[in-house]
Design a protein. Sequence first.
Length: 302
Amino acid sequence: MTERMPAVSLAAVPGRRAQTVELAAEIEQRGFSGLYCPSFGDAMGLCLSIAHATNTIEFGTSIQPIYLQHPVALATSASYLHEIADGRFRLGVGVTHGPVIKRLGVETGKPLSDMREYVTTMREASEQMGGLPDVVLAALRDKMVELSVEVGDGAVWANASRSRMEHSLDLVPDDRRSSDFWIGNMIPTVIDEDIEAARARNRKTLQGYVALPNYRNYWIDAGYEAEMEAVATALAARDKDAVFAAMSDAWLDDCTLSGSADRVRDGVEAWFDAGVTAPILVPSSTSGGQVKAFAELFDTFG
């Protein structure tokens, strides 16, 4: 069993919100290192519930899209949570993805300048509110990592390639790495003795991400040019089967965890060794929904 416990991603779906808060308390009792709420649903609302339902576990948003609300409004909520949670709350913010922004009908500038201005405005507003929690920027490629060092207190990836982390973390100065600069990564995780079934489930999870040009460019930088070019060709042909076929095992195993409990535990250790402060497991199951996925997770790290 791993000696270093991972963090867990937790989202509250309609009809199961109360049960999700109860699950958060159980996750704390089982010794996981953190709880991080993705942008699906009301992440800030869930974090407020977690603050009251738990006592010691660290938690936060991973991430809260900046285009959903004015920075002063988010600073107000974050400052409140920071105090109520006695410093356990961490605010992860991000620019989210192009298709999401398009659906929102939001006019944006450039991601880097938008993020810099947003965080600066939050910090200025919070001076009259008791201060902000640590602010973590959703990062993928180099410039956003550098901005997280400039204006943030940490960086969080989603579906990063482990082989690329050394390059990315080299952009964080040693004095920040050795202090309190927080580094997280959300990792799709499927625990099943049938590794091919587990990989197939993770491929379904990542099919939407390979459709995003910024992610394909990141994975090209990580050394998967052939896979991403094949994905782009398949997407242009609207050939879903070819998209899945282009998602090689080598690429998949570099950015997800699939297979037996032992294999997943070893993978978590490898992510810690790669310099990630908090590997955040995003559990799915080959044979059920959230309840089954968490049961398998608890069995693995019980």
